[in-house]
Design a protein around this ligand. Structure first.
Ligand SMILES: Cc1cc2nc3c(=O)[nH]c(=O)nc-3n(C[C@H](O)[C@H](O)[C@H](O)COP(=O)(O)OP(=O)(O)OC[C@H]3O[C@@H](n4cnc5c(N)ncnc54)[C@H](O)[C@@H]3O)c2cc1C
Length: 425
């Protein structure tokens, strides 16, 4: 099949969220050696993000129970989990570059990408100001530190994550001053969601209502500005526009699979699992991880593999997420093409709408990157790539490049000359 013949190292699973751990269990069950890496300090992924040592754990009892059960299986299978270790990409020869705690070069016999979802934040004037974060970043803080940020917090954009983060802020004693949603999700259609979704939504809404959090639907966060040390979010509602004062703004406009920068053209078998494959949430991630693990085991000739089981969970979650997307469908709002020229598109290199327009109408994806410097910064386009491509009329910004993430010089210094069956370093 053209795969690297000297790749003898354990299968590399990137991501220790539900999908990666579930894939690792399936691979280990098929008798294949597995190593899981995750750049987070502990396994768990977005849904089971662990508190830092000495801080209070947040999250529901069901989540904690589900994660403990998963980790018990992982420990019983003696799977090697390397945390604080990032995956920076796979080169043409099949060598994978790892950074951080277990930095080095490895030659896995196969690869599972279970890197989860990335958060979409639509560019708007002021979205890169200090004090403006993604709602996911606010949630990461809540989960890892067990405390809410101080001051007035406004959440805006669209999607159920905003309600979840708002409810978590209430539970930690600092309810948001407002939640702005571009959709109008509070209709009867919610009753057609699966019961588990309704229960979760009811729990969040009970907290938000008890704390009297204003939730404005069919509204848009147009711009954010700074005034005397505070943030002013200009919000367009049905009744006109108004400013909301806050010390911190959490933005979120949905989630997308996080496989940005990964090339399909690699010399070892690869499967994508969980939200990085198709963003369907935690229940689907577990099922899809198992599917991907079994599929890779079959390609590598693992023990006891056969036909892949039909996965009812995936079909069920796909239908539920499609319904959820309809429920949150945004009400007409500002168009990307109408952004003011000085709006920053690429926050890594400070490139603006005007910089993009100055490149001219027939700019190729390569020119956008090399001349325009779009998608060339530390995030490699995870934040700006979708929007720049959309504004420039391209499907994407072209060929991904190695490394997927910045690599510390200290990590490069740990690399030793490659060995044919090189496991590590
Ligand atoms: C910001 C955000 C918040 C969310 N919060 C919730 C929530 O509260 N509740 C809920 O039910 N669902 C939440 N979700 C949805 C969540 O993604 C899924 O439900 C579930 O966690 C998906 O599992 P997964 O294993 O596919 O991905 P994840 O759980 O996201 O796990 C992916 C893992 O890959 C790691 N990773 C990524 N890239 C690399 C790399 N290059 N090198 C090494 N490691 C890497 C990440 O650190 C992460 O631990 C959230 C999603 C996002 C984007």
């Amino acid at each position: 099949m053209g795969y690297t013949m000297n790749a003898k190292g354990p299968v590399l699973v990137v991501g220790a969220g539900p999908a990666g751990l579930s894939a690792a269990l399936a691979l280990a069950g098929a008798g294949l050696p597995v190593r899981v890496v995750d750049h987070a300090p502990a396994p768990g992924g977005a849904v089971h993000r662990q508190p830092l040592p000495g801080t209070r754990a947040t999250g529901t009892r069901e989540h904690k129970r589900a994660f403990s059960a998963l980790m018990a299986k992982v420990r019983a299978a003696d799977i090697d989990i390397c945390c604080a270790t990032g995956f920076a990409g796979l080169d043409h020869s099949g060598a994978a570059l790892l950074t951080g705690m277990r930095a080095g070069m490895v030659r896995p016999r196969g690869l599972i990408l279970a890197t989860g979802a990335r958060e979409l934040v639509q560019p708007r004037p002021g979205w890169t100001l200090p004090g403006v974060q993604t709602a996911g970043a606010v949630q990461t803080r809540l989960k890892t530190l067990g405390t809410a940020p101080e001051g007035r917090i406004m959440l805006g954009g669209n999607g159920p994550l905003l309600l979840a983060v708002g409810a978590e802020l209430c539970a930690l004693g600092n309810p948001p001053v407002a939640i702005i949603l571009a959709g109008r999700p509070f209709g009867a259609a919610g009753l057609r969601l699966p019961l588990a979704y309704q229960v979760e939504a009811a729990r969040h809404m009970a907290r938000l209502l008890a704390a009297r959090v204003p939730i404005v639907t069919g509204a848009h966060v147009l711009a954010i500005s700074q005034d005397a040390g505070k943030l002013l979010a200009t919000v367009q509602t049905r009744r006109g526009s108004r400013d909301i004062v806050a010390d911190l703004v959490g933005l979120h406009d949905g989630i997308r699979p996080n496989a940005t920068g990964f090339s399909a053209n690699v010399p070892i078998p690869v499967e994508q699992a969980g939200d990085c494959h198709v963003a369907l949430g935690a229940r689907a991630a577990l099922a899809d991880g198992r599917r991907a693990g079994l599929a890779l085991a079959a390609r590598l000739g693992g023990r006891g593999h056969g036909a892949l089981p039909h996965c009812a969970v995936l079909a069920h979650e796909r239908a539920a997420q499609a319904r959820l997307a309809k429920i949150f469908a945004p009400v007409d709002g500002p168009k990307l093409a109408d952004l003011p020229p000085d709006t920053i598109l690429c926050r890594c290199e400070g490139r603006t709408v005007a910089d993009l327009r100055n490149l001219g109408p027939d700019c190729t994806a390569r020119q956008l990157r090399l001349t325009g410097r779009f998608a060339m910064g530390a995030c490699q386009g995870r934040f700006c790539g979708d929007w720049v491509a959309q504004l420039a009329g391209h499907a994407d910004l072209g060929q991904p490049r190695l490394p997927l993430r910045p690599v510390a010089i200290a990590d490069l210094l740990t690399l030793e000359p490659d060995t044919p069956d090189g496991e590590t370093r």
